[in-house]
Write a protein of this length. Structure first.
Length: 419
């Protein structure tokens, strides 16, 4: 384990250092005509931040830095934002270097001499373009401003989304049934209690008949949920609140002293759902009956087609005991990759409700166009999908992880009406 932590630290430290070395070339262009004291000050600040970041990463990896979780989230958000700014700037610097290389070859051929094309130009050769350098920095600054807005405004900008699900063979007694779905609370990341309370109030204002929570109550450990139980236990629905576990709910991202500690954490997670008054479904189902007609709510533990996420769920076990007279089946499964792998075209499940992706908390989310980097990892990454008359809905998530905000893809409360 120690060797793995060291290798991980060295990898990320080298990545950040290489990025800083390259973007420094752009900084040098910006301060080229400045006074010497300005150049020295900028260099101290720039490389001082780089050194401090490597030290901070080392202390975090060695577990020798004990910070308040909220403070840690904001530091992580700041580091993430600066990192993305530099990445954006690198794109423009690479473009500039590409242009310089083309010019070098062009002038080297035209000059028909042994003198380098860089040296054959007036003013000492082909220099970096100030326009491209400033343009890249401008894009980076725009992103940084958006990232700050995403923390203080976007993080709790709850959006109500309404969808009608036309299901085959839906019993008449359940026509018009209203279901609210929330997902990915990640209670360990919250930093504004009042805003979260307003989000819960919005859920209840939808007057749902039942509520689905599709996993990731916490980030790492079950105790993260304790300060928030009194808030989320206020979510009420006449037919109940049904919940499942997500990949973050198993304590897999924590180095435990021994296996018993991890089991204790898992028991605490079960107790959290009980304290919330939620019906936690661990590869099991519940049958809802109305006027002699029935629908089934199926809940499966985390199951992902992606190798880096766990396969705890057992869909066959979750469907055990369901009689053939139940024509409508609704599945709660945290990871949307489960749908294509085991559900659609392979079962008679009518609709699957997932989360997990968060829409990466960053992207474009309009009626006409949706984009996020996460779409290159998950084919079904946001909103509603249909195949073989079977639905999948990927909720954008209620909370946030890592970056303590949202840019373009905001926290979601989904309201479904069955028809």
């Amino acid at each position: 384990m120690f060797k793995s932590k060291v290798v991980g630290f060295l990898f990320f430290a080298l990545l950040f250092i290489l990025l800083d070395v390259y973007t420094w070339q752009g900084v040098r262009v910006l301060i080229k005509n400045s006074d010497n004291w300005v150049k020295k000050l900028v260099a101290i600040i720039y490389w001082g931040y780089s050194a401090a970041l490597v030290v901070f990463m080392g202390l975090m990896r060695s577990s020798k830095l004990d910070l308040n979780p909220i403070t840690l989230r904001f530091i992580a958000g700041f580091i993430f934002s600066i990192f993305i700014v530099k990445l954006l700037w690198v794109i423009f610097l690479l473009l500039d270097d590409g242009i310089r290389v083309v010019k070098w070859f062009w002038f080297d051929i035209r000059s028909n001499s042994n003198i380098s094309g860089f040296e054959s130009q007036a003013n000492g050769g082909i220099s970096r373009s100030k326009f491209i350098t400033y343009l890249g920095l401008g894009f980076g600054a725009l992103f940084f401003g958006s990232a700050v807005w995403g923390v203080f405004k976007g993080a709790h900008n709850y959006v109500i989304r309404k969808r009608k699900l036309k299901l085959r063979n839906l019993p008449k007694s359940f026509a018009g049934l209203k279901i609210v779905q929330i997902s990915d609370i990640h209670s360990g990341s919250f930093w504004d209690r009042d805003a979260v309370i307003k989000g819960v109030e919005l859920i209840n204002k939808q007057n749902p008949d039942m509520v689905f929570f599709t996993g990731d109550l916490v980030n790492d450990t079950a105790k993260e949920a304790h300060p928030w139980i009194d808030v989320f236990k206020k979510i009420k629905a006449p037919l109940g609140v049904f919940s499942i576990l997500g990949n973050h709910d198993y304590g897999d991202y924590v180095i435990w002293d021994n296996p018993k500690e991890k089991l204790k954490n898992m028991e605490m997670m079960y107790q959290n759902h009980k304290a919330l008054g939620w019906n936690l479904l661990l590869d099991e189902n519940r049958v809802i009956e109305k006027n002699g007609e029935k629908i089934a709510i199926i809940g499966v533990q985390n199951w992902s087609e992606k190798g880096r996420f766990p396969k705890y769920g057992d869909l066959n076990k979750a469907m055990e005991g369901l009689s053939q007279d139940i024509s409508t089946k609704l599945l709660l499964s945290h990871d949307p990759s489960h749908w294509k792998a085991q559900v659609v075209g392979k079962t008679d499940i009518d609709a699957t409700f997932s989360g997990h992706t968060h829409g990466m908390q960053f992207g474009i989310d309009s009626k006409f166009y949706r984009w996020s980097p996460v779409k290159y990892l998950y084919k079904e990454w946001i909103d509603l999908y249909t195949e073989n008359y079977q639905y999948l809905y990927v909720n954008r998530g209620f909370g946030y992880l890592g970056y303590p905000g949202r840019m373009g893809i905001y926290p979601e409360i989904t309201v479904f009406t069955l028809a």
